[in-house]
Design a binder for this molecule. Structure first.
Ligand code: ADP
Length: 357
């Protein structure tokens, strides 16, 4: 009922001569709606007058009097007035879906770009490797061809010169053989076909054997290898041939990358239950950023390339492979211009240490 222009909601019921009456402002019915609904609501009578609340604008859900079981129609809309609640939820869902798709697209693009970058880097390394190997083959082959032609045509002036040519031929053939063996060994390791036969050996024997192999090369260049022997033997479980190959690579590198230095140092010893073999030079050194990647196959340092030092970039990859197969690790300490120290650390064999003779 309307009293002085204001609507009132009244209800009454009578029984056994008693009468109960409820008189209420219609707003109190709207107040019963849950606050979290966050909606604009209105009760509108048959004549279109707003009995309670605010008549919503925009897309609105209407429940007429017969449906709402109230004397009025109920109008309800989202608080923004931009659409109904269902619509807002759908929009949120679509936005979330779109957001997820965009995130997946960005992540996918990033991973694909990274994979492509890696592929390009690997193929560049491989082509550098092929050209490095070709160069390594070309110079001994050229020398061998020229010398054998001179010898075959009998253009040698003296017996002494002939002997010198033969020695050069032997040297170059050895160089070629070492290169081929290096590549074959690397191929085997890379494909996982290299098997190791571990036996108990003295690390010192392997080191001294490898150092002795460099004697002719050192004699020719007037350089040397300083050996620092430990007071005890250092027994290890190792494949002597593979360990020698790893060590040969380290000594070869030390000599190659310190061309102006008179000597490199090789030392070994037993430290904290492990055997450490160290190769030290005072050569060009390696920047910290490169120290992490030089053990990967085909990787060559910038300084090495700039100084035109020959190499294929597989030596340290082999060293790392061999040492890991022995349950050890290879460490590098280096500073550009100051030199490098490579250390092979292997688990020590459990047999008793004896005094060296
Ligand atoms: P290679 O010597 O054939 O290039 P390696 O795998 O033996 O390949 O070495 C990888 C790179 O590590 C070298 O190109 C060089 O830049 C760097 N390197 C290795 N040993 C030394 C060293 N003793 N001194 C300076 N740089 C070194």
């Amino acid at each position: 009922m309307w009293v002085e222009g204001r609507p009132w909601f009244t209800m009454w019921r009578g029984a056994f001569g008693r009468q109960a009456v409820l008189i209420q402002r219609p707003e109190s019915i709207l107040q019963a709606l849950p606050v979290e609904l966050d909606a604009v609501c209105a009760l509108v009578d048959e004549e279109g007058r707003v009995v309670a609340g605010r008549k919503p604008v925009g897309i609105t859900v209407v429940r007429v009097a017969t449906e709402s079981q109230l004397p009025w129609s109920l109008y309800i809309t989202g608080s923004q007035g931009s659409g109904d609640l269902v619509m807002t939820a759908r929009q949120r869902f679509i936005l979330l879906g779109l957001g997820t798709v965009v995130v997946f697209l960005i992540a996918g693009t990033y991973f694909v770009a990274r994979a492509i970058r890696r592929e390009i880097a690997v193929s560049r390394l491989q082509s550098d490797f092929v050209s490095a190997v070709s160069h390594e083959f070309r110079s001994p082959l050229t020398a061998m061809r020229q010398l054998s032609e001179i010898l075959a045509l009998g253009r040698v002036r003296s017996e002494e010169q002939r002997q010198k040519y033969y020695e050069t031929l032997v040297g170059e053939t050895g160089r070629l053989q070492r290169l081929v063996e290096t590549l074959l060994n690397f191929g085997k390791m890379d494909s996982g076909a290299r098997h190791y036969r571990l036996e108990e050996i003295d690390a010192g024997d392997v080191v001294e054997g490898v150092v002795a192999e460099f004697a002719p090369q050192l004699a020719a260049s007037g350089r040397g290898i300083e050996l620092h022997r430990p007071p005890t033997t250092c027994p290890i479980n190792a494949d002597a041939e593979a360990l020698a190959l790893a060590l040969r690579n380290l000594v070869d590198n030390a000599l190659k990358y310190s061309p102006d230095q008179p000597a490199v140092v090789v030392e070994w010893g037993c430290e904290n239950g492990a055997v450490a073999i160290r190769v030290r030079d005072r050569g060009m050194g390696i920047p910290v950023a490169e120290q992490r990647v030089i053990f990967e196959k085909f990787v060559r340092g910038r300084a090495a390339i700039a100084a035109n030092v020959k190499g294929t970039g597989v030596g340290l990859a082999m060293v790392s492979h061999i040492v890991r197969a022995h349950g050890g690790e290879v460490r590098v300490m280096s500073a550009p211009g100051e030199g490098s120290t490579f250390t092979i650390v292997l688990p020590r064999s459990r047999i008793q240490t004896s005094e060296a003779p």
